[in-house]
Design a protein around this ligand. Structure first.
Ligand SMILES: [Zn+2]
Length: 169
């Protein structure tokens, strides 16, 4: 029989010591942080005796309301793929696209728990406009041609299946 690990005591396996890389660390203190949204843990390494701090947080979920009214979890990967396709053959400095995706994700969290797919689309457009005008125009031409039944996410999904070709301008 395996005894459950009581909060704040015992050993939670798998957290590697940053000082000596031993996996054998134990929790010596555990308390709420960030207004109860996180748990702060002090850990002590059995190998070298050093202590370090970890935080455990619930991953927040932002929902995207599509034009048909349905809700889907915000998916940063999907946003990244949509923008990557618009940028297909364009030169972009390393890290710029990742930063933009993080900005859009932060926007979604700031405006959550529910944001519309249109709001996300406008953020993508605004970001692309700053980093590459051609990609912006490509994305805008797809985005603005949306009509009633079609929606942003479906267009993005369609672009995913067409990796070799950029969206038509
Ligand atoms: Zn250690």
């Amino acid at each position: 029989m395996v005894a459950p690990v009581a909060p704040g005591s015992g050993s939670l396996a798998g957290m590697r010591c940053p000082f000596c890389a031993v996996d054998d660390t134990r929790v010596v203190d555990s308390r709420p942080a960030d207004g109860g949204r996180a748990i702060r843990r002090r850990r002590e390494c059995a190998g070298c005796g050093n202590r370090f701090t970890t935080y455990e947080r619930r991953e927040p979920t932002v929902m995207v309301r599509k034009r048909d009214g349905s809700l889907q979890p915000f998916d940063a990967e999907k946003v990244l793929r949509g923008m990557s396709n618009a940028l297909a053959d364009r030169e972009v400095a390393p890290g710029v696209l990742d930063q933009l995706v993080r900005d859009i994700e932060a926007f979604a969290h700031d405006h959550g728990p529910v944001v519309s797919s249109d709001e996300i689309g406008r953020q993508v457009l605004a970001g692309l406009r700053v980093i590459d005008e051609i990609a912006y125009l490509r994305f805008a031409s797809v985005y603005k041609s949306f009509t009633g039944a079609s929606d942003f996410e479906r267009e993005m999904a369609a672009m995913e299946g067409d990796d070799d070709a950029a969206p038509e301008t």
